[in-house]
Write a protein that binds this ligand. Structure first.
Ligand code: HH2
Length: 373
């Protein structure tokens, strides 16, 4: 994992590289990228500077040498370390998740329990003030029974246009469900962007905090103290307005750098590197084209050296691509996207349809790795 805040390497392709083959990488946060590009050009390598990024196709040793000639020995040493870690991570199989109390092997299926009246695909189904928390708890137990490795409990919808929920209301929706499922020995995650809710949920037994806002300082502090796992998700804007007009110059580069920065902030706050998970936030301030670019190039995110999580289940881009209106009719497209995410080295898929997804991702994982178990 890149523990140095100043340098970030994204591997675009290293398929043919064993030890000294050419690789295609993008280096962010490099002091004087133009000087390194010139040093590379004089050594016959193709390099381009895009803003603060250096994009290059060359061998690792040529890049390290050019960095040394342009910026000195210390910079070359840092480049060598960060490049080596990114390439090793890119070549590795999808990582397991460490929750602080145990390891969950990839591909991890995270089942969703929305204790909300207004979630985009199942709003109101597991939120029934008349029946208390029973529908949500029963659903969580059913998801675990169907093979979910983790059950993610949320009390605030983040669908486009959703209004924020009062923290006390969110607490009263989620905590009894977290508590009941954790007591059954289920690995529970709490889907919240509010540190107050996360704190109480962890005390009630949640082993993972899934934070769509990607890390307010108080959230990172409490996760570090609790020793649980943390999902940092990328979002542009807020749910209320995020789909109005999302824009990026280079969505993959920008989301990657933002997640690299989130990892740096998590580590600085004291969260153990092996408990950090990143998520590109499919549908959170992204057009269909942005979602497709992120999913098509998901493997590049494995260069960050931490498990990658993806939530594609029933989302509207699947409806757009397949022409299916109702979210509950988007299972086939959701399975296709989950399988390809696993091929792109996603460690965790967050889904509504657990039974079907477990089968799909097991097959996708076996094909990707070429082994039967
Ligand atoms: N998507 C949703 C909610 N939480 N968390 C992560 N890490 N990644 C995601 O892609 C993600 C998420 C949206 O799905 P859902 O919870 O079913 O809907 P709603 O937000 O309307 O409750």
């Amino acid at each position: 994992m890149a523990d140095n805040p100043n340098l970030l390497v994204r591997v675009e392709d290293a398929t043919l590289s064993t030890v000294e083959g050419p690789v295609k990488v993008v280096v962010s946060n490099l002091a004087s990228p133009h000087e390194v590009a010139e040093a590379l050009a004089s050594a016959g390598a193709r390099a381009a500077v895009e803003g603060t990024r250096l994009a290059v196709v060359t061998t690792p040793s040529r890049l390290v040498d050019a960095t040394g000639r342009a910026l000195g020995a210390a910079a070359a040493h840092e480049m060598e370390e960060v490049l080596d870690r990114a390439l090793t991570a890119w070549h590795a199989p999808a990582l397991s998740l460490s929750t602080g109390t145990g390891e969950v092997a990839s591909p991890v299926v995270m089942g969703v329990v929305n204790v909300t009246p207004d979630s985009f695909s199942d709003g109101g189904r597991f939120y029934d003030p008349g029946r208390g928390h029973a529908p949500a708890i029963e659903h969580g137990l059913a998801l675990a029974g169907a093979g979910a490795d983790i059950v993610d409990v949320g009390g605030e919808s983040s669908r486009p246009g959703a209004e924020p929920v009062d923290v006390d209301e969110e607490r009263s929706r989620t905590l009894p469900v977290v508590d009941a499922l954790a007591q059954e020995g289920i690995t529970v995650s709490v889907d919240t962007r509010h540190p107050e809710v996360a704190k109480d949920a962890v005390e009630a037994g949640a082993a993972v905090v899934n934070d769509i806002s990607g890390g307010a300082p108080e959230m990172l502090d409490l996760v570090a103290t609790a020793g649980c796992a943390y999902v940092a998700m990328h979002m542009q804007g807020e749910p209320a307005d995020m789909q109005h007009d999302p824009r990026y110059d280079d969505v993959v580069a920008e989301v990657f750098e933002s997640l690299g920065d989130a990892i740096r902030r998590c580590v600085a706050a004291g969260i153990a590197a092996e408990r950090i998970v990143v998520d590109p936030g499919i549908g959170f301030g992204k057009t269909v084209e942005h979602n497709l670019a992120l999913l098509r190039r998901l493997r590049e995110f494995s260069s960050l050296g931490v498990p990658v999580m993806v939530g594609v289940s029933r989302k509207s881009f699947i409806g757009r691509l397949s022409g299916t209106e109702g979210p509950e009719r988007r299972l086939p497209g959701s399975l296709a996207a989950a399988a390809l995410a696993v091929q792109g080295r996603a460690s965790i898929v967050r889904v509504h349809d657990v039974d079907e997804t477990v089968q799909a991702v097991r097959v996708a994982d076996a094909i990707t790795r070429g082994v039967a178990s």
